[in-house]
Design a protein around this ligand. Structure first.
Ligand code: SF4
Length: 74
């Protein structure tokens, strides 16, 4: 069974450097304010979500299991 993810980006710290959008290209997109938005939580595999989270310079990406609320990253 594929785990459903709840992915959140803290716009208070996101600096819009386009890193996550270039790693998980189907999941993240920059909005008009140049903040990353999770536009499709199921768009990329979990490894890409983790890679994007690990490469965010300001740790703005948080990932939870949608059903249990368990924090997966960071
Ligand atoms: S990698 Fe982090 S700082 Fe850069 S756009 Fe994504 S969420 Fe924002």
């Amino acid at each position: 069974m594929t785990r459903k993810l709840r992915i959140m980006v803290d716009h208070g710290v996101c600096v819009g450097n386009d890193m996550c959008t270039n790693i998980a290209i189907n999941l993240f997109a920059l909005n008009d304010d140049l903040h990353s938005e999770p536009v499709n939580a199921a768009g990329d595999p979990l490894e890409k979500v983790l890679e994007a989270e690990e490469n965010c310079p300001v740790s703005a990406i948080n990932v939870e299991d949608e059903e249990t609320g368990e924090t997966l990253f960071p």
